[in-house]
Design a protein around this ligand. Sequence first.
Ligand code: UDP
Ligand code: MG
Length: 310
Amino acid sequence: MDKVSIVIPCYYEEKSLPFFYKEINKITKEMVSVEFEIIFVNDGSIDKTLDIMKDYAHIDKRVKYISLSRNFGKESALYAGLENSTGDFIAVMDADLQDPPELLKQMYDVLINEDYDCVATRRVNRKGEPPIRSFFAKCFYKIINKISNADIVDGARDFRLMRRSVVDAILQMKEYNRFSKGIFGWVGFNTKWLAYENVERIAGETKWSFWKLFRYSIEGIIAFSTVPLVISSFIGLIFFIISLIMICFIMARTFIHGDPVAGWPSLVCIIFFVSGIQLFSTGILGQYLAKAYMETKNRPIYIIKESNLE
Ligand code: UDP
Ligand code: MG
């Protein structure tokens, strides 16, 4: 009998967990030919999330819980769940029912009957999302796909079912700055995409503010592309060429017209402009350096405080 592990990262999900468990319990009971393992990862929330998980573990021996020592972020929580999963197939889903559990059946059928290693999902629309957020999201996907070699699908959710081999590949990527969407794309394998209409979260609130998403997208770009560095060197080159032309022009003008002292406003503008560009480029460099610095520390991706793993 095949074993399917379901990994669910949870951060302040006391309101949505009961709905989630009810749904997942129903679906998993319907899939009689499969053995299940449900791994809840508490990503440092200090509300009732962990207590609820423990209650479920009591009444349902398929339930495992892992509680991290603090909030490590969804990406790390996912890693914790994947690393401690034992199934032949591993599903990853959110706790807020934005990932419809009934799709699991269809996903499992695909992996059993077709030649795919992974079934991923994407939402076809962004109904219920602020338009400005959708706009920036679209821009982000356009940019990152142009400048990185990780194939990142617009609207892709983290909800997916993978074979063990795919998960093993993901676990080999032990980087500290984890951008899951990029990592999933980077490891390759045959992926089938299922599309569905966006579903709004069942209860509680999203933990992603606009700025958090913005920072996350910058991290994604830095983690999967070095093109910003190329761009800043390119801008440097262009300015070098412009300055050569200007030097020639000014020397010629001085020889012809003498040296009238004028034009300091333009000088100030140029200094401001160029030093702005310089700081910008140093900033880009600094971002990469900071990431490299964090990676060299080789810190653990997550720390478990308590769990019911054997
Ligand atoms: N999550 C997490 N750690 C965090 C933030 C979120 O484990 O620091 C979990 C959260 O509990 C949920 C999933 O990641 O199961 C997606 O979060 P959310 O629904 O807030 O994001 P959205 O769906 O709005 O993108
Ligand atoms: Mg959500």
